[in-house]
Design a protein around this ligand. Structure first.
Ligand code: 26W
Length: 806
C-alpha cells in the first residue's frame, strides 16, 4: 500500500470529521489514535474481504490455531508497518502536531494471555500472514485480560484489566456467524436399524458470537483472521408464561452464568487448577470454533472424508484438546459416520503442541465434572480410552503393564495430554531438548507406540515486531551494513558476522544500545524516581514469576554483591542495573514472596551508600508486551536461568538475543540451540545439565543443606532472610528460607549458585572489554535469524499442516 503524506492527512481529517465530528486542533492523542486505527482498518478491510473470497474460491487447505491465549499486545504499529504505512503515518502525525509514539501508546494492550504460550500464538499469526499462508487463530474474547499488576509497598496487588473500556479498534463483531454451544443435560442413545441416534435433552444453551480481528502480513496481500468468541445468552430465551413467576430470576441466573464463560482469562501459568468454569471455557472455544470451521467446509464439500486434506487443527497445549471428542461427536452424531471413519478423519486433522513437562501444569479433569458438564463428550472419551487401552493390550504386549500409566482415564481423572497424543497425527515439542525429554522420558511409552507422530518445532519470534518495530535504530544500522534483505529472509542476518570485528560497525551498535539505555533510564526516572546509570550493565530478568525460572538465584547473586560492597567499600565492580519484570499468579504465594523480596532488596541496594553508585535494582510494575518492547532494546544481559529441563523453550531469550543482549543461561530449552548457533564463547552458560537434574531426582542424593553449610557466601545471603536485615521484626521471608533448606530446594538454586556467580564474573570481565563485548553482541544478532517465527512457521506449514502460500 502506498499513500502520500498529504493523502494520509486528508484521510485522517476526513475520518476525524465523520466519526468524531471534531477538528484536528481539538483532537487528543486518544482521538488521534482512534482516527488512525479507523482509517487503517478501512484499508485493511478491503484486503480482508478479497482474501476471504479468494480463500473460499481457491479452496486451499486452511490451518486453524486453537489457543486459549493470544497475547497480542498493541497492533497499531505492527499493522502500520506490515501495511507499509508506518513512516508516512508518523510523518503525517507529526505534521498534524502529534507525537506518534504518544499516539500509539493510547492503544490498550490486548493482554489475552499469560506469557510464553500466548505470545507465541501471536507471533505465529504474524508469521502466517507474512508468509502468505492460510492460517487463522481461534480464541476467546475475554472481557478481562490478564490482571494488571499494581505494586503497593512492594507487594503485588491484582486489578482487573478491563481492556474493552475503550472500543477495541481492530475487531468486527459478526453476529450473523453466531453458533450455539450446549452444556449439561442428559444423553440417551436410541438404536434403530442398527444405527444409534443420540438424544441430548435439557441442556443449557449458550450463544457464541465471533469477533474477528484481521491479521495483516508484512508486504503481503492476504489478510488472515483471528476469530475470538464471546459468550452471550440466547436471544428470546426469556419466557413470561410460568404461573409461578420465578422465570425472571431464572433468566437472570442463566444470563449471569452464560456471560461468565468469556469473562476472564485464568491467570495461572503452568499451574493447573480443576475449575469448572475453565472447563466450560475450553469446551466453549472448541465447540464454537469447530462449528464455524465445519460450516465453511460444508459450504464447499459434500463429504467430510476430505476434511484432513482441507483443514488442519493445531491445538496450543492440551487446553483445546476437547476438540478431539467434539469432532468425533459431530462426525458420528450429526454426520452419521461410524466410529472408525470418524476416528480416521479426526486423527488426521488434529495436531498437538506440548509446551511443558511440569507435572503441576498437566491438565487432568475429574471424570465427574466432565460427565455432568459434557455428558456426550464424556461418553466419547470413555470409548477412545477403551479402544486405546485395548490396542495397547493386543498390539504392544510388552507395554501391558504400562497401560495404567498410559490410560486416558485413570483414578477418576481424564489425562488431557494422553487424549491429545492418542487423538492427533502430530505431537510436537517446542525446542530440541524439550522434544527429546518428551520422547525419552515424559511420553516415552507413547513414543514407542506412535514414533512417527513426535517431532520438534523450535519456537520463534516475529523479528518484525521484536526487532524492526521495537528497535528501529538498530534495524537501520543492520540494513546500513548488510542491506534490507534480512527483513524478508531473517537468516540473512548472518551477514552481520562480517562486521562483528568491524570497529566502525561496533561503534554504531554501541551508540544505538546506549541511546536505548538512556531512553529506558529516562522512563524509569519518570515512573519510579530512580536514577540509573546508562553506563552500567543492564541485566534483565523479565518473564512470569515462577520457582523454576529462578528469579531467586538472580537475587542471591545481587545480595552477594551487596555483601561484597558493604564488606569492602573499595570493592571494584562494573556498575550494574538489575531490571526485573514479572507477574505472579495471584494464588502462588511463594512467587509473590519472591516479588516482595526483589522490592525489599531494591530498597536496600538502592539506598545504601556502599552500593547505590555501583548497583541499582528496579522492579518494573505490570510487565506486559508493551513494557517488554521498552526494556528489550536496552538490555545488555539476558537472564535465562531456569533449572535445566524445566523451561520447554523460552522465547524471551530469542527476543533479547536479537536485540544484541548476551545470554547468561542454563543448558535448558532453546538456550541450548542459541548456544549451538553462537558457539560457547558468545554465551555465558552455567549450572547443572538436565541429565544431572534428572539424576538427582532419581537418586535422591541432593542435599541443599550441605551446600548451605559449605558455602559462606550462601549463608550470608540466606541468613538475611531470617534475621533483621530486611526489617526489624519481620519474618516474612522465612518461607523462602524453609523451602530451600527444609524442602530441599526443589529448583536447585543452591546447587547452581557457585557456578552462576562464576558465570557472572565472566560477564563482568567481558563487559570491561567493550570491543570483545560488542563482537559477541553482533555475533548474537547475526545468529538470531534462526529464531524468527517465520522459520518455525515454515516448518509447521511444510511438516505438519501441508499448507501453502496463497
Ligand atoms: C492449565 C494451566 C496452564 C496454563 C498455561 C498450564 C500451562 C500453561 C502454559 C503451557 C505455560 C506456558 O506458557 N509455557 C511456555 O510456553 C512457551 C511457548 O512454547 C515456552 O517458550 C516456555 O518455555 C513455556 O514455559
Amino acid at each position: 500500500m502506498s499513500l502520500s503524506q498529504q493523502e494520509f492527512i486528508d484521510l485522517f481529517n476526513d475520518k476525524l470529521t465523520t466519526t468524531l465530528g471534531i477538528r484536528v486542533e481539538e483532537a487528543t492523542n486518544k482521538e488521534a489514535y482512534q482516527t488512525v486505527s479507523l482509517l487503517l482498518k478501512d484499508i485493511i478491510l478491503r484486503k480482508w474481504q478479497l482474501t476471504q473470497t479468494n480463500q473460499l474460491e481457491t479452496d486451499e487447505k486452511q490451518m486453524y490455531y486453537f489457543s486459549m491465549e493470544f497475547l497480542l499486545g498493541r497492533l497499531i504499529e505492527s499493522n502500520l508497518l506490515n501495511m507499509g504505512l508506518l513512516e508516512v503515518c508518523e510523518n503525517a502525525l507529526k505534521e498534524l502536531g502529534f507525537e506518534p509514539a504518544q499516539v500509539f501508546t493510547e492503544e490498550h494492550d490486548a493482554g489475552l494471555g499469560n506469557g510464553g504460550l500466548g505470545r507465541l500464538a501471536a507471533c505465529f499469526l504474524d508469521s502466517l500472514a507474512s508468509l502468505n499462508l492460510p492460517g487463522h487463530g481461534v480464541g476467546i474474547r475475554y472481557k478481562y485480560g490478564l490482571f494488571q499488576q499494581k505494586m503497593v509497598d512492594g507487594y503485588q496487588v491484582e486489578l482487573p484489566d478491563y481492556w474493552l473500556n475503550d472500543d477495541y479498534m481492530w475487531e468486527t463483531k459478526r453476529s450473523e456467524k453466531a453458533v450455539e454451544v450446549h452444556f449439561g443435560g442428559h444423553v440417551t442413545l436410541e438404536k434403530k436399524d442398527n444405527q444409534y441416534t443420540v438424544h441430548h435433552q435439557n441442556y443449557e444453551r449458550v450463544l457464541a458470537v465471533p469477533y474477528d480481528v484481521p491479521i495483516v502480513g508484512y508486504e503481503t496481500d492476504a489478510v488472515n483472521t483471528l476469530r475470538l468468541w464471546s459468550a452471550e445468552s440466547m436471544p428470546n430465551s426469556f419466557h413470561f408464561h410460568s404461573p409461578k413467576g420465578h422465570d425472571y430470576y431464572h433468566y437472570l441466573d442463566y444470563k449471569r452464568s452464560v456471560e461468565q464463560i468469556s469473562e476472564f482469562l485464568y491467570p495461572d501459568d503452568s499451574y493447573y487448577e480443576g475449575k469448572l468454569l475453565r472447563l466450560k471455557q475450553q469446551y466453549f472455544l472448541v465447540s464454537a470454533g469447530l462449528q464455524s470451521i465445519l460450516k465453511r467446509f460444508k459450504s464447499k464439500h459434500q463429504s467430510f472424508q476430505l476434511l484432513p486434506q482441507k483443514v488442519s487443527l493445531q491445538i496450543n497445549d492440551t487446553h483445546p484438546s476437547l476438540i478431539i471428542p467434539e469432532l468425533m461427536r459431530i462426525l458420528m452424531d450429526e454426520e452419521k459416520f461410524g466410529w472408525d471413519d470418524a476416528w480416521e478423519i479426526t486423527t488426521s486433522t488434529v495436531a498437538y503442541t506440548n509446551h511443558t513437562t511440569l507435572v503441576e501444569a498437566l491438565e487432568k479433569w475429574p471424570t465427574e465434572m466432565v460427565k455432568s458438564l459434557l455428558p456426550r463428550i464424556y461418553m466419547i472419551i470413555e470409548e477412545i480410552n477403551e479402544r486405546f487401552c485395548q490396542s495397547i493390550y493386543f498390539d504392544f504386549p510388552h507395554l501391558r503393564e504400562k497401560i495404567a500409566d498410559m490410560a486416558i482415564i485413570s483414578y477418576e481423572q481424564i489425562h488431557m495430554a494422553h487424549l491429545a497424543i492418542v487423538g492427533s497425527y502430530s505431537v510436537n515439542g517446542v525446542a530440541k531438548l524439550h522434544t527429546d525429554i518428551l520422547k525419552n522420558r515424559e511420553m516415552k511409552n507413547f513414543y514407542t507406540v506412535f514414533p512417527e507422530r513426535f517431532n520438534n518445532k523450535t519456537n520463534g519470534i516475529t523479528h518484525r515486531r521484536w526487532l524492526l518495530n521495537v528497535n528501529r535504530d538498530l534495524a537501520n544500522k543492520i540494513t546500513g551494513a548488510i542491506g534490507e534483505n534480512w527483513i524478508q529472509e531473517p537468516r540473512e542476518l548472518i551477514q552481520l558476522i562480517k562486521y562483528a570485528d568491524d570497529a566502525s560497525f561496533q561503534k554504531q551498535i554501541a551508540e544505538v544500545k546506549h541511546t536505548n539505555k538512556e531512553k529506558l533510564a529516562a522512563y524509569i526516572k519518570e515512573h519510579y524516581q530512580i536514577t540509573i546509570n546508562p553506563n552500567s550493565i543492564f541485566d534483565v530478568h523479565i518473564k512470569r514469576l515462577h520457582g523454576y525460572k529462578r528469579q531467586l538465584l538472580n537475587l542471591f547473586h545481587i545480595l552477594h554483591l551487596y555483601q561484597l560492597c558493604v564488606d569492602n567499600p573499595n570493592y571494584q565492580m562494573v556498575p550494574r542495573t538489575f531490571i526485573f519484570g514479572a507477574k505472579a499468579a495471584p494464588g502462588y504465594h511463594f512467587a509473590k514472596q519472591v516479588i516482595k523480596l526483589i522490592t525489599a532488596t531494591a530498597e536496600k541496594v538502592n539506598n545504601n551508600p556502599a552500593t547505590k553508585d555501583k548497583m541499582k535494582v528496579v522492579f518494573l510494575e505490570n510487565y506486559k508486551v508493551s513494557l517488554a518492547e521498552k526494556i528489550i532494546p536496552a538490555a545488555d544481559l539476558s537472564e535465562q536461568i531456569s533449572t535445566a529441563s524445566k523451561e520447554a523453550s523460552g522465547t524471551g531469550n530469542m527476543k533479547l538475543m536479537m536485540n544484541g543482549a548476551l545470554t547468561i543461561g542454563t543448558l535448558d530449552g532453546a538456550n541450548i540451540e542459541i548456544s549451538d548457533m553462537v558457539g560457547p564463547k558468545n554465551i555465558f552458560t552455567f549450572g547443572l545439565t538436565s541429565d544431572q537434574v534428572f539424576d538427582y531426582q532419581k537418586n535422591g542424593q541432593y542435599r541443599a543443606r550441605d551446600i548451605y553449610n559449605s558455602d559462606k557466601r550462601l549463608r550470608e545471603v540466606m541468613d538475611k532472610l531470617l534475621g533483621t536485615f530486611f526489617s526489624p521484626d519481620d519474618v516474612e521471608f522465612k518461607n523462602i528460607y524453609y523451602s530451600l533448606l527444609y524442602n530441599n530446594d526443589e529448583y536447585f538454586v543452591l546447587r547452581d549458585f557457585d557456578s552462576y556467580v562464576e558465570a557472572q564474573q565472566h560477564v563482568e570481565q567481558t563487559y570491561r572489554n567493550q570491543q570483545s563485548w560488542l563482537k559477541k553482541s553482533i555475533t548474537n544478532m547475526a545468529h538470531s535469524g534462526k529464531f524468527s517465527s517465520d522459520r518455525t512457521i515454515s516448518e509447521y506449514a511444510n511438516q505438519i499442516w501441508d499448507i501453502h502460500p496463497q
